[in-house]
Design a protein around this ligand. Structure first.
Ligand code: GAL
Length: 688
């Protein structure tokens, strides 16, 4: 199975992030009581508290958190304990500067921010592993503890590492991978621009270069190396935790960041994956002064779809409960009445069975003093706390949903080789980023829920069978293994849609001397004769598909047929290749492949989904405006229908069948008006 999850939540529940070390002890008990009164039964603590546990090197003190856990036990609050390694203390980095990460030009990152360490320093591993041992050994048997969070947000804030320890570790990584320098020179194409290495000591992580250019094949391996380094660091911690954790307690970390194979991290280190969801990042003013970005209101559904692919029944470790704000970085409006509920339901709809808010009370000091929590500085009860209580009542009403599966019959296929490659290749990045976003937008606006489906080392066609349609937009890098999986999927009846530039590269990121789609051509029975970007001066190019003019996006591969089963479905209607094939369909076994020469837009995706019979799968149940997101989770033959209004205006939905409103317990049918940000969850009474 592609997705591994050792831990499943028993019930839907709420939690909050709490920092006992930030507050006067006199506040703790009152805080815990008020949490409970308002439906919060779990706190996450500890992830930044290294210097509380180890004020001086090797001198450990557990008193502060002992006292806090005593109170938590007294108040029957459960605890998720963070390993405190996310910020190494000042004594450590001053004495051992080799643990610090640095800029490309070697300037060390000093204190002030967090995550200033590198994953590869042996000293860091030694000291971090010691504090994790100490903390886990001391606290793991406490009855209030239900789980452990490793560190905090690996690869957040910074996801590139240039320290001397990284140079050494990178060489080791490359020696294991390539064995000989000749093989490395070949894989990196070092003959180009005199980069041939004669000695492993000449190989470095990227360094300062003119225009910041670096050999793209080196960069691809560098990103893989960063991912492996982060996973090794995480594994070091999970191996330690496993020595101490009580039976039934879980190990997690809160993600999901780039330059990191989060699926592998989940499979090799964690029992369950948790995510930090801050939907109002889409409205931060500093980075985004009132820009009109697509579907800002529910952009986070795209992330939640990714999280679900890592771990279908995930948790939210940090759910936004106040305005974003660092004194220097980001600023955004406060959640409007109803939005905390909306965002919580958005998480639950996508598969979360645990939701923990960030944070109980806004910090009165430090960089994050405008990153608002549930309570404000004045510590008074407020509307956000009242909303938490409402959320709690809601969660109780829909409790039986725990563990239900998200239902999708379309998959957006992804893989880490191509994700990493899009980050360093402007051609690949441009088409992949826009296509993936447009596919998401189409799925939202046309109420066609999708899953993200990752092709990994161990992926079998069997796992893909549940998707009637898979869209693999721009798999420039293709491997024989992936091709084998796709072939099996199609032979068994699947419909695979591929887009421009498929099969252009090998795993080193080098272009192959074959017509695209390269090693996929025997399956598609098609080939690419030439290709072009659509330039700023070019008119939009359409294809003529059964009399319909359909967009072909920002890049066009000009196709031709190469096999008996292939037929042209649409020709280009524009630019210098007017009349030449833009879309080829090939029947294979029980299934088919659609080779599309263009990139995806919300409009052409709609046509593809309609053609392949997967558009709006719940239209027999519900009709909703595009401001609403619709999804179904299902369990034991029961289906649960979610309708979320993301708009600041009321929206109508039409229920085509009688369903039970899980909050009012009433049977409803026909038109229902959702107030601004209102959410509904219905149970369908007939069994599947
Ligand atoms: C998260 C992080 C928290 C806090 C929050 C608000 O990314 O895990 O520690 O910093 O953002 O900035």
């Amino acid at each position: 199975m592609n997705r591994k999850q050792n831990f499943k939540w028993n019930n839907l529940s709420l939690g909050v992030c709490y920092y006992p070390e930030h507050w006067d002890r006199n506040l703790w008990q009152d805080d815990l009581r008020r949490m409970k009164e308002n439906g919060i039964h779990t706190v996450r603590v500890g992830e930044f508290a290294w210097s509380i546990f180890e004020q001086e090197e090797g001198e450990f003190s557990f008193e502060l958190f002992d006292s806090f856990l005593n109170l938590a036990e007294q108040e029957e609050i459960k605890v998720i304990f963070g390993t405190p390694t996310a910020i190494p203390p000042v004594w450590l980095t001053e004495k051992y500067p080799e643990v610090l990460n640095c800029r490309k030009d070697g300037v060390l990152f000093r204190h002030g921010m967090r995550r200033h360490f590198n994953y590869n320093s042996e000293t860091l591993h030694r000291l971090a592993s010691r504090v994790v041992h100490q903390v886990a050994e001391h606290y793991a048997k406490r009855p209030c503890i239900i789980g452990w969070q490793i560190d905090n947000e690996l690869n957040c804030e910074i996801n590139e590492y240039y320290s001397e320890s990284d140079n050494l570790a990178f060489r080791k990584f490359l020696i294991e991978k390539y064995k000989t320098l000749d093989a490395l020179n070949e894989a990196w194409g070092t003959v180009f621009w005199n980069q041939t290495y004669n000695d492993w000591n000449q190989v470095f992580v990227p360094r300062t270069t003119i225009n910041d250019m670096v050999n793209p094949h080196l960069k691809l391996d560098f990103i893989r190396f960063i991912s492996e380094s982060a996973i090794r660091y995480c594994r070091m911690q999970s191996d330690i935790l496993r020595l101490y954790v009580k039976e039934g307690d879980f190990i997690t970390t809160n993600g999901m960041f780039s330059n990191l194979d989060n699926h592998k991290m989940q499979d090799t280190c964690l029992d369950v994956y948790t995510y930090d969801s801050y939907p109002n990042f889409a409205y931060c003013m500093k980075e985004n002064p009132r820009q009109n970005r697509t579907l800002n209101d529910r952009k986070w559904s795209r992330n939640l779809m990714e999280v679900r692919s890592i771990c279908p029944h995930f948790g939210i470790m940090e759910q936004q409960s106040g305005a974003n704000g660092w004194n220097t970085l980001s600023d955004a409006p406060a959640p409007k009445p109803g939005q905390m509920m909306l965002w919580t339901m958005q998480s639950i709809m996508h598969g979360a069975d645990y939701v923990s808010f960030f944070r109980w009370r806004t910090a009165t000091k430090g960089t994050e003093m405008y990153w608002h929590g549930i309570l404000d500085y004045d510590n008074c009860d407020n509307r956000k706390l009242r909303e938490v209580k409402k959320i709690y009542n809601r969660v109780k009403n829909i409790e039986e949903i725990v563990g239900a599966e998200y239902v999708a019959s379309v998959g957006l296929v992804r893989d880490y080789d191509n994700i990493f490659d899009t980050q360093l290749d402007i051609w690949h990045g441009r088409i992949a980023d826009s296509s993936e976003m447009e596919i998401f937008v189409a799925s939202q606006l046309k109420h066609t829920p999708m899953d993200s489906v990752y092709i990994r080392e161990n992926t079998q066609a069997e796992e893909l069978k549940k998707y009637k349609v898979l869209i693999y937009p721009h798999a420039e890098i293709l491997t024989e293994k992936t091709v084998g999986v796709l072939e099996d999927y199609v032979h068994q009846g699947g419909c695979l849609i591929i887009g421009a530039r498929t099969g252009q590269k090998d795993r080193n990121g080098q272009c192959v001397m074959k017509q695209m789609p390269g090693i996929l051509a025997p399956l598609t029975q098609s080939e690419v004769k030439e290709f072009t970007l659509i330039g700023p001066d070019d008119d939009d190019v359409f294809m003529n598909w059964s009399g319909k003019q359909v967009e072909t996006g920002v890049f066009n591969d000009i196709l031709s047929i190469n096999g008996e089963e292939a037929k042209v479905l649409a020709n280009y209607d524009g630019n210098y290749y007017v009349g030449r094939p833009a879309l080829i369909e090939t029947k294979v076994g029980e299934g088919k492949v659609l080779h599309f020469g263009g990139t995806f837009t919300r409009k052409n995706v709609e046509v593809f989904l309609e053609y392949t019979g997967v558009l709006e799968p719940f239209s027999d149940l519900i009709k909703a405006s595009k401001e609403c997101e619709i999804a179904v989770r299902s369990k034991n033959g029961k289906r649960y229908l979610f309708a979320l209004n993301f708009a600041k205006t009321s929206q109508e939905i039409g229920l085509n069948r009688s369903v039970t409103d899980m909050d009012t317990k009433e049977i409803v049918k026909g038109t229902v008006v959702l107030a601004p940000y209102e959410t509904k969850v219905y149970r369908l009474e007939e069994e599947l």
